[in-house]
Design a protein around this ligand. Structure first.
Ligand SMILES: Nc1ncnc2c1ncn2[C@@H]1O[C@H](COP(=O)(O)OP(=O)(O)OP(=O)(O)O)[C@@H](O)[C@H]1O
Ligand SMILES: [Mg+2]
Length: 202
């Protein structure tokens, strides 16, 4: 994950935000043309400048996610983007990893599928400097899992349990760093357990 504030001045904000909802297929096509959505496809893959330039190009179009194979690179947009709504969750629930644009939901979906279909324990490692968006990313994973568990009645309870745990942990006090005035001191490790019916257990 990358903190973009130092370079923020160079990024002109574009009003034309490509969304995941609505005319998805057309958007997908458009998205393909903004740099490469997987660094594996980068021609000059050993060139750091080319790597940064691809991130920058995509970031200018509010495309904050890019893959390196199965690894997701995320750039903190420091602004609200309409890419985490219910329709986006549903979109990623119905698609395989490489069928859809890079997204934290795609990662969460892949982990959830492997857990439910292959009965394999899953681990999502989120790394990056302070303020790069790790805690926000973990919340998005929890949001996705809360929705994906699918038991309509329980979803509300699951939401309360999972999403609600963050403010509780943060209430113990967060630190302030140069990059983040809400830096995490608690909740560095989350363990989510499911029962044999793959509903949320703990
Ligand atoms: N995907 C996102 N969309 C919009 N804003 C975001 C996103 N990710 C992060 N931010 C913003 O950046 C701030 C810092 O992010 P976050 O707290 O997740 O950083 P962190 O990597 O957990 O830092 P630390 O290591 O200090 O705990 C958030 O409070 C939020 O305002
Ligand atoms: Mg944090």
């Amino acid at each position: 994950m990358t903190d973009t504030r130092r370079e923020e001045k160079n990024f002109s904000e574009k009003p034309s935000l490509l969304t995941y909802g609505g005319s998805m297929e057309r958007d997908l096509h458009q998205r393909d043309r903004v740099g490469v959505q997987d660094f594996v496809l980068l021609e000059d893959f050993q060139n750091e400048q080319a790597f940064i330039e691809n991130l920058r190009k995509r970031f200018r179009e509010n495309l904050i996610y890019t893959y390196i194979g199965q690894v997701l690179v995320s750039v903190n947009p420091y602004k609200w983007l309409p890419i985490y709504d219910t329709s986006t969750i549903e979109y990623y629930e119905r698609r395989n990893f490489f069928e859809a644009p890079p997204h934290i939901f795609a990662l969460a979906d892949t982990a959830y599928r492997a857990l439910t279909k292959e009965n394999r324990d899953q681990c999502i490692l989120i790394s990056g400097e302070s303020g790069s968006g790790k805690t926000e990313a973990s919340k998005k994973v929890l949001e996705f899992i809360a929705a994906a568990t699918g038991h309509k009645k329980q979803v509300e309870a699951v939401n309360v349990k999972l999403i609600g745990s963050n403010p509780v942990l943060e209430a113990f006090g967060n630190a302030k760093t140069n990059r983040n005035d809400n830096s995490s001191r608690f909740g560095k490790y989350m363990d989510i357990q499911f029962d044999f019916q793959v509903s949320l257990f703990n």
